[in-house]
Design a protein around this ligand. Sequence first.
Ligand code: HEM
Length: 129
Amino acid sequence: MVEEALRVTSPTPVMLRSAARAGRIGGVRVEAGERVVIATLLCTGAYGPFAPDRDPAETAGLRRLWFGAGPHFCLGPLAMAEIRAVVGALRGFPGLVISGRRPARGVLIPAYARLPVRASRRAGRGRTS
Ligand code: HEM
């Protein structure tokens, strides 16, 4: 589900590259040095709407494009470890409810300025940490 959420939100919606040499990208002719804007969001969105039950093999061709591609590929495993740590911590609160959300404006990477969550009374029962 985390993979699917990253695909749909594509936290890095656009990436910039420059053409190392003249050639074609798809049907488009590019000259050496020309700037190429990759609309990551459109590439990842082409696989359809959010489907948390989707077989990850269906989108394997994207090779986690939201983390970039090539020699500057993100430290994705570290980002995934952070996401898993947060999701793991929230697992102790099965009745968790998002009680409001406000997107951050004017930021480079999409984020929430505010995302309050409320635990039900039984939340976290029996847990000590
Ligand atoms: C969901 C979270 C994240 C997303 C979507 C993301 C996405 C990206 C993208 C798209 C790039 C550019 C790759 C390219 O140009 O091909 C990048 C580069 C990079 N990211 Fe992330 N990133 C995330 C979290 C992190 C975290 C947590 C760290 C480290 C603590 C990190 C460290 C880096 C570094 C060091 C680079 C530059 C690599 C280079 O230029 O060689 N990223 N990231």
